[in-house]
Design a protein around this ligand. Structure first.
Ligand SMILES: *Cc1c(COP(=O)(O)O)cnc(C)c1O
Length: 234
């Protein structure tokens, strides 16, 4: 596996897409989606320049943390989070990207208060309106964002989305454009000296250049860095 070459190729594509959109490539952070990777692979990725790892599963993340696998990089939680597992994530990650309900938001607030810290979060938006996916509906986002911004132990930093799987290049452009508009609206309403709305997380291996052109500040890339994963349910 040519990890360093893959990282360089993805960074090149990010930079090219950014320039096409008149953006500074430095505005975009590559998050390595490390699900199913070993602690050694994660260490190799960080040694090769990865600065942020994104984890999906609490159990895997807990094992990698015990191994110190993420040392030298920031850590984001990007997967579906059940409220009974919140205690294993709050305070252990720099950013929880996948807060898609009031129920989860309040559970994180409660745990962060208990631990005496402030947890950075993103709100996950179900921009494709898919029943199978978590995330707040776009229509319900403003109310949830206001609620998050008013809490004392979470700090709302922006939005995240997992649009439908794209089969054709450009297929998800309308969803990315919609997300950028929602992000701008939230930022205009809430960005002040207390709340800094600076994260828009969207784009995966199949579509991250489109996401960058549409305004993403974080792209979450797994396959294009590490190669194909084994099927989840063989
Ligand atoms: C796995 C995963 C990614 C990366 O997906 P690839 O298609 O392998 O790049 C991004 N975001 C989330 C939430 C993921 O679970």
């Amino acid at each position: 596996m040519a990890l360093a070459e893959n990282i360089a190729a993805v960074r090149d594509k990010i930079a090219q897409a950014a320039r096409e959109a008149g953006r500074d490539p430095a505005e975009i952070t590559l998050v390595a989606a490390t699900k199913v990777q070993t602690s050694d692979t994660i260490r190799a990725a960080i040694a090769a320049g990865i600065t942020v790892c994104g984890e999906n599963r609490v159990q895997e993340m807990t094992a990698h943390l015990a191994d110190n696998a993420y040392e030298g990089a920031a850590l984001h939680f990007i997967g579906h989070l059940q409220t009974n597992k919140v205690k294993f994530v709050v305070g252990r990650v720099d950013l929880i990207e996948s807060v898609g309900s009031e129920h989860l938001l309040l559970a994180i607030e409660k745990q962060a208060e208990k631990m005496g810290l402030v947890q950075d979060i993103l709100l996950e938006v179900n921009v494709g309106g898919e029943e199978s996916k978590s995330g707040v509906a776009p229509a319900d986002l403003p109310a949830l964002a206001r609620q998050a911004a008013a809490l004392h132990h979470v700090r709302l930093r922006g939005l995240m989305a997992i649009p439908p799987a794209a089969n054709i290049p450009g297929e998800n452009q309308p969803f990315f454009d919609r997300m950028y508009q929602l992000f701008v609206d939230i930022r205009e309403e809430m960005d002040n000296n207390k709340t800094v709305i600076d994260c828009l997380s969207m784009g995966m291996s199949g579509d991250y250049p489109d996401a960058v052109r549409a305004g993403a500040t974080l792209v979450r890339v797994g396959t294009a860095l590490f190669g194909p994963r084994p099927p989840l349910h063989p």
